[in-house]
Write a protein that binds this ligand. Structure first.
Ligand SMILES: [Zn+2]
Length: 207
């Protein structure tokens, strides 16, 4: 199902293939995978050429980062590793699969479609990019992402720096803030939790 949706994502959006950032995202993503215990998943890491500040993952391995998010991060590889790790965390914990199948079940129940495609069942590409995860799913993805980043020798405080950038931007611009925050609400509890994961598991840099 993830494969079908990723084909649609790549039809709908322009994917950067030959840019330095496309290489960088692939390289950092691969470093995370090399230090992960679940290496049987065929992860891919791609850049969507769109100004939205967002990232998402699909069941089965595809991870997408938007140009807008990369521009916000600048050359901070540690932050990028933590965000890619977070998205891998959703994949490994099967969060999207869980969400999609419950949507799938509901849609099927409410609107039986004679020739269903994944797109109309799952509500289309934009809906997938906007899956709402529970707070617990977010904590779990942060926890996994921090551990992947740590074992791949990135500085886990990169996640905190990224949170900081997002919340400053949210304050500056008001409203709902960057897209990533709409799907990944940034509460004080979440930031505290990330800090305590870093301390508790000795994910501090250099440990
Ligand atoms: Zn998330």
């Amino acid at each position: 199902m993830g494969k079908e949706i990723s084909r649609q994502v790549e039809q709908e959006y322009h994917i950067e293939t030959a840019t330095p950032d496309a290489d960088r995202v692939r390289k950092i993503g691969q470093a995370l995978v090399d230090h992960m215990d679940k290496r049987d998943v065929p992860y891919t890491f791609k850049v969507i050429d769109d100004r939205a500040i967002n990232a998402f993952s699909l069941p089965g391995g595809p991870v997408y980062v938007y140009r807008g998010l990369l521009d916000l991060m600048g050359n901070d590889d540690d932050s990028l590793a933590c965000v890619l790790g977070h998205e891998c965390g959703h994949i490994n914990a099967r969060h999207a699969a869980k969400q999609i199948s419950s949507q799938y079940a509901t849609t099927l129940l409410l609107f039986p479609i004679p020739n269903p495609t994944v797109a109309n069942l799952a509500g289309g590409v934009t809906e997938i990019a906007r899956l709402k995860y529970s707070r617990d799913d977010e904590y779990e993805a942060d926890r996994r992402g921090l551990s992947y980043a740590h074992y791949a020798h990135y500085d886990t405080s990169g996640l905190l720096h990224f949170f900081d950038k997002l919340s400053r931007m949210e304050k500056r611009e008001g409203g709902t803030g960057p897209e990533w925050l709409q799907d990944h609400p940034l509460t004080k509890a979440r930031i505290d939790k990330a800090k305590s994961i870093i301390d508790h598991h000795d994910y501090r840099y250099g440990q």
